[in-house]
Design a protein around this ligand. Structure first.
Ligand SMILES: [Ca+2]
Length: 171
């Protein structure tokens, strides 16, 4: 592949001359490598997909694994995660040679069809050393109950137990 800012490849190795690593899934599957665009370029949509028939008013989990290529030489890379053009989270890639997880719970509200995007929020002046990799992008209905609901249920049970103990002590 001819490496050039703003371009990408799908392959089983980084195809880079100083930082080789495998994919996140199994270590030898496919993943996406991106030669990040420089400051003078507009923000680049790195990945985008339309999801049809989303259930309204439902929590979904949008996840992706990303990794800086060429650490520790590269600048910090920040990726923006978008649903229908609105940012719902960011991931800053630290210069460590590890895959990093982005994960956000997003409520579909009144939406039935959505467009998910991952955008390179690069704003520094590097045209080299801003490369990164993406793998295992997923969007699923959340199977985790809303944390606030767990807390309320838990404290309610504790309060009932406390009342019972108090009553026993009176007798
Ligand atoms: Ca993979």
């Amino acid at each position: 592949m001819y490496y050039q800012p703003g371009h990408y490849a799908i392959s089983t190795v980084t195809n880079h001359d100083y930082d080789f690593f495998g994919d996140h899934t199994t270590g030898n599957g496919n993943f996406m490598t991106i030669d990040g665009a420089g400051y003078s370029n507009p923000l680049k949509t790195v990945w985008q997909q339309q999801i049809l028939n989303v259930t309204p008013n439902t929590n979904y989990v949008f996840q992706a694994w990303a990794r800086a290529i060429g650490s520790p030489y590269g600048p910090e890379i920040t990726l923006g995660f978008y649903a229908n053009g609105s940012e719902i989270g960011t991931l800053s890639l630290t210069n460590v040679p590890e895959w990093q997880l982005f994960s956000v719970i997003w409520n579909s509200g009144s939406n039935t069809d959505i467009t998910l995007s991952i955008i390179d929020l690069q704003t520094n002046n590097y045209t080299a050393g801003n490369d990164f990799a993406l793998d295992d992008i997923s969007f699923n209905r959340s199977t985790v109950p809303v944390p606030a609901a767990i807390w309320l249920f838990g404290s309610g049970v504790a309060a009932l137990a406390g009342l019972r103990r108090l009553r026993r002590k009176k007798h």
